[in-house]
Design a protein around this ligand. Structure first.
Ligand SMILES: [Zn+2]
Length: 262
C-alpha cells in the first residue's frame, strides 16, 4: 500500500489532532510533523493527535531539526546534534510517529571520516533511545546538495552498522544530485532496497551545479508521475510525503493519480 500525505500541518488547522482529521478528510493517509526549526509540542495535544491518527489510520512521521550535523568539527555541535535527534524521537514517541527523518551531516573538511562519525553518533543516540524505550526508527534522508552527506550507498553503509535505521528517499534530492533520474535508475534503486516500508519525499525541484536549490510545485524539474509509477511497480510498502510548495493539494493530486490514474 502506498500512503500519501503532506509535509506539515494543513493551512487553517486548529490543533495537531485537527490536522490529522483534515488530512483524512482530504482522502490522504500520512502526515509529516515538522520539527525542522524546533521540537516543541504540547504533550496532551500530541496525545490527542496520536489517538486521532490511530483511529483514522493516518500514519505519522516526524522531521528532525535542520541544524543537525553529526560530522561537525565542533564536538559541542556534534553533541547538540545528537540531542536534537533524541528530542525529535521523544516527540515522535508522544505523537506515535514511526520514523524520524534526519539530515545527518555535511562533509566539511573530513569527508572521508564522515560516515564513521555519523554511525558513531547514531549508535550513541540509539543506545539512549533504547534506554528511554523510544520506538521510532531513524530515517536518513538522501540529500540534494553536493556538500551534504547522504547518498544512497552512504546511507546503506550506515544501515549496515547501526540497527534501527532506514533510508528516506527524497526523489527531488536524487534528481538534483545526479540527474537524470530516469525509469531505469528508479527501478534499480527501488529494487535494491530491502525495507519494511519505504519513507519518501516528493516535490518538484529547481537545481544548479551545486545540487538542490529549492523545492517547487509538483511536475517542475522532476516527473512525479514516473516516480509514482515506479513506486507502484516496485510492490514496496511506501509512504510518500509531499514537500512541494502546496503540500496538501499536491498530495491530493498524487493520491488521485495512484487511485484513478488521472
Ligand atoms: Zn528533509
Amino acid at each position: 500500500m502506498i500512503r500519501i500525505g503532506p509535509a506539515g500541518y494543513p493551512d487553517g488547522h486548529r490543533s495537531p489532532a485537527d490536522s490529522v482529521r483534515k488530512v483524512r478528510a482530504a482522502g490522504l493517509s500520512a502526515l509529516e510533523i515538522q520539527f525542522v526549526r524546533n521540537v516543541r509540542y504540547d504533550p496532551s495535544k500530541a496525545e490527542h493527535a496520536r489517538r486521532e491518527a490511530a483511529e483514522s489510520d493516518v500514519l505519522l512521521s516526524v522531521h528532525a531539526p535542520y541544524y543537525v550535523n553529526l560530522n561537525s568539527s565542533s564536538q559541542e555541535t556534534r553533541d547538540k546534534s545528537e540531542e536534537w535527534v533524541l528530542r525529535a524521537m521523544r516527540g515522535a514517541e508522544a505523537f506515535g510517529a514511526w520514523i524520524v527523518v534526519v539530515h545527518a551531516a555535511t562533509y566539511g573538511e573530513d569527508a572521508r571520516g564522515c560516515t564513521a562519525r555519523v554511525t558513531g553518533s547514531l549508535k550513541r543516540v540509539r543506545k539512549i533511545a533504547e534506554r528511554e524505550a523510544l520506538k521510532a526508527v531513524i530515517g536518513l534522508e538522501t540529500m540534494g546538495k553536493k556538500a551534504a552527506w547522504g547518498t544512497v550507498p552512504e546511507i546503506l553503509d550506515a544501515m549496515g552498522e547501526v540497527p534501527g535505521i532506514l533510508p528516506v528517499v527524497d526523489f527531488a534530492h536524487l534528481q538534483a544530485r545526479r540527474p537524470p533520474l530516469d525509469e531505469r535508475a528508479l527501478q534499480a534503486l527501488l529494487g535494491s532496497l530491502d525495507v519494511p516500508r519505504l519513507h519518501c519525499h516528493l516535490s518538484g525541484i529547481e537545481y544548479t551545479a551545486a545540487g538542490e536549490k529549492k523545492h517547487l510545485r509538483l511536475g517542475q524539474g522532476l516527473d512525479h508521475l514516473m516516480v509514482l509509477d515506479a513506486l507502484a511497480d516496485s510492490g514496496l510498502e511506501a509512504t510518500v510525503i509531499c514537500e512541494s510548495t502546496s503540500p496538501l493539494e499536491d498530495a491530493q493530486i498524487m493520491e488521485r493519480y495512484l487511485d484513478q490514474g488521472i
